[in-house]
Design a protein around this ligand. Structure first.
Ligand code: IPD
Ligand code: CA
Ligand code: CA
Ligand code: CA
Length: 266
C-alpha cells in the first residue's frame, strides 16, 4: 500500500500525538480537566495533542486552513485545502481509563475529503484512506460488511449529551432500531465507530449532534471501503448537518427507514 506524501504527513502527526496521549493515558489522574457542557469534558491532553498536530500539519503545508475541536479555526491563504482534526476523540473513555479513543485527521480539498487517518494509540490500530485508493487498517485493505438484513446486523450508535435537544427523539429512534437488529453498541468515539463500519466490524452506524471533526476522516474510510454514508434525512451533507447514517447500501437504507418510522400517535 503506497501512501501519498500528504497522507504520510498526517500519519506522522497522528503517531507523534498518539505517543503523548498514550503517556497521558497512564496518568489521567494528574491531568487538568474542565467541562464544556453537560457530560462534555476536555483535558490538557486534548489541547496538547491538537497543538502538536496543528504545528506538524501547518509546518508541512503552511498555506492550508485548519479546523480542530480545541482551537480557533485558521483560514488558510490557500482557499482550496483544509485540515479537519479531532485531536482526542473519545475523551470520556480516555479519562475513565477505557482504551478506546482516537486521533482523527482529514484533509479536505474543494469541500471534498480526500485523505483520512484515524489512530487508536492504545491498540496501535491505524485506519487510512485516500480518495480512489481504498481504505486500510494498518496494511490490510478494508471492505464494509456484506450482511443485507438488519436482523443479522450489529449497529453502532452514539447517545446525545444530557440536555441536548434531540434526547427525546433519540430514545424513540433507539427503541425502533432495537426492535429490528441483532445488537447495538455504544463505544464512545465517533471516528472509531465509523472506522469500525469501514472494517466490517459494525454493519451500520447512526448518530446526531456530531461535528465535522468527528466525521470527516470516517466518512472517507467508509466510502473507500465500499460503504454508503448520508445524513439522517438521507441527504449528502453529514458534516454540515452533524448527523450520519452509514453502512453498506442495504443496511444504510434499512436503518434510514427504521429511523424515520412514524411515531405512534403523532
Ligand atoms: C465525542 C465522541 C462520542 C460522541 C460525541 C462526541 P469527543 O467526541 O465522538 O462518541 O458520541 O458526540 O462529542 O468530545 O470525545 O471528541
Ligand atoms: Ca469534546
Ligand atoms: Ca469527537
Ligand atoms: Ca475531541
Amino acid at each position: 500500500m503506497a501512501r501519498s506524501a500528504l497522507l504520510n504527513v498526517m500519519v506522522q502527526a497522528a503517531f507523534k500525538a498518539g505517543k503523548g496521549l498514550a503517556r497521558d493515558f497512564g496518568e489521567v489522574q494528574n491531568l487538568q480537566v474542565s467541562l464544556k457542557g453537560p457530560g462534555d469534558y476536555v483535558s490538557q491532553a486534548d489541547r496538547k495533542a491538537e497543538k502538536l498536530i496543528r504545528d506538524e500539519l501547518l509546518k508541512a503545508r503552511p498555506t492550508y486552513g485548519f479546523l480542530g475541536e480545541e482551537s480557533e479555526e485558521i483560514i488558510g491563504t490557500d482557499g482550496a485545502h483544509r485540515w479537519i482534526v479531532d485531536p482526542l476523540d473519545g475523551t470520556t473513555n480516555f479519562l475513565h481509563g477505557i482504551p478506546h479513543f482516537a486521533i482523527s485527521i482529514a484533509l479536505e480539498r474543494q469541500g471534498e475529503i480526500v485523505a483520512a487517518a484515524v489512530l487508536n494509540p492504545a491498540t496501535d490500530e491505524l485506519y487510512t484512506a485516500e480518495r480512489g485508493g481504498g481504505a486500510f487498517l494498518n496494511d490490510r485493505r478494508l471492505r464494509v460488511a456484506a450482511r443485507k438484513n438488519l436482523s443479522d446486523a450489529v449497529i453502532g450508535t452514539g447517545t446525545p449529551h444530557l440536555g441536548h435537544g434531540n434526547h427525546g427523539s433519540y430514545l424513540v429512534e433507539l427503541r425502533h432500531v432495537m426492535g429490528e437488529v441483532a445488537g447495538i453498541r455504544r463505544m464512545g468515539a465517533a471516528s472509531l465507530d465509523l472506522a469500525y463500519v469501514a472494517a466490517g466490524r459494525f454493519d451500520g452506524f447512526w448518530e446526531r449532534g456530531l461535528h465535522a471533526w468527528d466525521l470527516a476522516a470516517g466518512i472517507l474510510l467508509i466510502r473507500e471501503a465500499g460503504g454508503w454514508v448520508a445524513d439522517i434525512d438521507g441527504g449528502n451533507k453529514p458534516m454540515e448537518d452533524g448527523s450520519i447514517v452509514a453502512g453498506n447500501e442495504y443496511i444504510r437504507k434499512a436503518l434510514h427507514d427504521v429511523l424515520h418510522r412514524p411515531i405512534p400517535g403523532k
